[in-house]
Design a protein around this ligand. Structure first.
Ligand SMILES: C[S@@+](CC[C@H](N)C(=O)[O-])C[C@H]1O[C@@H](n2cnc3c(N)ncnc32)[C@H](O)[C@@H]1O
Length: 266
């Protein structure tokens, strides 16, 4: 995928950095718990795919210590320039054709990356090729089909649901699967991965919560793309933003499916 295919490529620098940091604030605790469950320890070699603003890269680097190593890869490394650690290597590349050694990582993690890649199977098989036999892979991807307004003023809830339809179509028009998360367990099973552990987090969030704020940022940044689907109007997007700010509203903005699995030893 060229950078231009990624939906957030042409958004404003400062806004995108803020959005990535908002994702980290909300989702890092669950991600670190999943990563911790693999047994990550000093000396491990880890690959962080689509490293974004770098918080998981830094957490992994602290966990594997000086004897370990973290490679952070992203199509766009502009938000990783502050990550200057001796045991971290930052690579600006597409995961699908990155020239790294086969079977060289103990742990590979990606969060909200595969959903943006048309041929995500190529990215996944590359990751499995880079993983050592017996190594662990942790993938966390969204399921936007879970999104719905739960409580709020009727007209605003309807706008919110129209914007959700626009989000679905924005992905679908690009050939991307907005419900990819829920498909991954079967895909992992078919690939012969072992020790599968699957979690589906669908938080019911109030307006003003970290997740609501982050989805409002996405709506502002992607407004033109939502409008282009024909599913929502600018008034709907404005209402979505009001809904996301109002502490009396409740919604499922999307679910996150987290999958941990081990590559077979033989
Ligand atoms: C939604 S952001 C998530 C960032 C980070 N994983 C997180 O959850 O905080 C997706 C990231 O994946 C990167 N990305 C998308 N497609 C990629 C590809 N084919 N190879 C490497 N990175 C990619 C984007 O540049 C972006 O930084």
């Amino acid at each position: 995928m060229s950078k231009s295919q990624y939906v957030f490529t042409d958004v404003h620098n400062a806004q995108e950095f803020e959005r990535l940091q908002a994702i980290e604030k909300v989702f890092d605790p669950a991600s670190c718990k999943r990563l911790q469950a693999t047994g990550i320890t000093t000396g491990w070699r880890c690959l962080e795919v689509g490293a974004g603003a770098g918080s998981i890269t830094q957490w992994m680097a602290a966990t594997v210590g000086e004897s370990g190593k973290v490679v952070a890869v992203d199509l766009d490394t502009r938000f990783l320039s502050n990550v200057k650690l001796l045991n971290v290597e930052v690579l600006e590349a597409d995961i699908r054709n990155i020239p790294l050694e086969h079977h060289s990582f103990d742990l590979i993690h990606a969060r909200y990356v595969l959903i943006h890649i048309l041929d995500f199977q190529v990215a996944l098989s590359k990751m499995l090729d880079l993983l050592k036999p017996g190594g662990w892979i942790v993938i966390e991807e969204p399921d936007f089909s879970a999104a719905r307004a739960i409580f709020g003023e009727e007209a605003i809830c309807q706008s919110m649901n129209r914007v959700n339809q626009a989000i679905f179509q924005m992905f679908a028009h690009r050939g991307l699967d907005f419900a990819l998360g829920v498909k991954l367990p079967a895909i992992f099973q078919k690939l012969g991965l072992q020790q599968l552990s699957v979690e589906n987090d669908a938080p019911i969030s109030a307006g003003g919560s970290g997740l609501a704020k982050m989805m409002k940022m996405s709506a502002v940044q992607l407004a033109e793309k939502y409008l282009a689907t024909g599913e929502a109007s600018q008034a709907d997007i404005d209402n979505y933003c009001l809904f996301a700010d109002d502490i009396k509203t409740w919604a499922i903005y999307y679910a996150t499916v987290g999958i941990t699995a081990q590559k077979p030893v033989v």
